[in-house]
Write a protein that binds this ligand. Structure first.
Ligand SMILES: Nc1ncnc2c1ncn2[C@@H]1O[C@H](COP(=O)(O)OP(=O)(O)OP(=O)(O)O)[C@@H](O)[C@H]1O
Ligand SMILES: [Mg+2]
Length: 315
């Protein structure tokens, strides 16, 4: 059965003793999209992935994955998904090729040798295919782990921090694999500490904070919650008020002053404001400028402003 949402959860809760790791997690991931789960350490990202992949049972709440009930149809869910964890699952004593062939046979994939070869090529592991996985670098192991999770062509792929600690080349291989998979119709849910990764890959982002989804939206929508920082530095304190009036008019936001630097700044929600226009308007108002800057928000700004920094941190 295909449905609009490949992952749909409502009110998922999980406690570990005194720790309330998930406190009502609501998620909706549209089929064929990439959803990025962002959040500080200890926010509950890994717990969410373990619940959604049937590795842990929720204490409360419900979810449907690829059209199946997470708890009542756990076996069907498992057949539709692929998972790679923060900790790899490959066997170090076997070669890369043997690992993939074994997974292929376990999952009764047709042509296990061909499928293994195809995935080794795709993840740049062909040369190392006949070496024990224990001799692989961290990045190679991670790629092998991802290849193993794709053996069965899952409908929904869960990736828990797929590129943490990887070099740029390995990261790019994983990013392009994720893009290829989505082009083929796979839904991907990934957790990440790298805001750039979410910006590059995710159609939608769920910002998780203290076991709940605090904000959702596309990267652009989340950035528009923050706005663009505009700052003007003038040569003479006398014209600061004039500069502020221009900023007020252009941004519709309350300007703030830094009198020591003769600077005035504001946060603009208007994404069409450009630096040339800002400079032109200031010039027309007769404001001599030392400096003017527009800094569009990054996901880092979103992350820092929208998550509570004072929560309990995971070790
Ligand atoms: N098996 C467990 N036993 C006890 N507490 C746990 C267990 N697993 C997770 N927790 C706690 O639940 C909370 C959420 O942990 P989780 O691993 O889901 O966070 P995370 O968002 O993945 O963090 P990170 O960014 O560090 O990977 C933390 O406070 C953590 O210490
Ligand atoms: Mg984690």
């Amino acid at each position: 059965m295909t449905s609009t949402y490949a992952v749909l959860s409502e009110g998922l809760e999980k406690r570990f003793g005194a720790v309330h790791a998930l406190r009502g997690l609501d998620l909706a991931v549209a089929t064929g999209t990439v959803c990025g789960i962002l959040g500080p350490n200890g926010a509950g990202k890994t717990t969410a992935v373990r619940l959604l992949t049937t590795l842990l049972r929720p204490d409360a709440g419900s979810a449907r994955i690829a059209g199946h009930d997470l708890v009542r149809e756990a076996a069907a869910v498992r057949r539709k998904i692929g998972v790679t964890g923060q900790y790899a699952s490959v066997d170090g004593d076997l070669t890369g090729r043997e690992n993939l062939r074994l997974f292929a046979r376990l999952h009764r994939v047709r042509g296990p040798a061909e499928r293994a070869g195809e995935l080794l090529d795709r993840f740049g592991l062909a040369e190392a295919a006949n070496r024990a996985a224990s001799t692989y670098s961290g990045g190679m192991r991670r790629r092998l782990d991802l290849a193993a999770s794709l053996i069965r062509r899952p409908e929904v792929l869960f990736l828990d921090e797929p590129t943490t600690g990887l070099d740029p080349a390995s990261r790019n291989l994983i990013w392009s694999a994720v893009r290829d998979l989505t082009a083929e119709g796979t839904t991907v849910l990934l957790t990440t500490q790298y805001l750039e990764e979410a910006d590059q890959l995710a159609h939608d982002i769920a910002l998780v904070d203290r076991g709940r989804v605090a904000h959702t939206g596309s990267p652009a929508q989340l950035k528009s919650l923050i706005g663009t920082h505009v700052e003007v530095v003038v040569a003479d304190a006398d014209v600061l008020a004039k500069a502020a009036a221009v900023l007020d008019r252009l941004t519709g936001a309350q300007p703030s002053f830094d009198h020591e630097r003769n600077a005035v700044g504001a946060v603009s929600r208007d994404s069409t404001l450009t630096l040339p226009r800002l400079v032109r308007e200031l010039d027309a108002a007769g404001v001599p400028l030392l400096d003017a800057s527009l800094r569009p928000p990054t996901l880092d700004d979103v992350f820092l402003q929208l998550t509570d920094d004072h929560q309990e941190r995971a070790a």
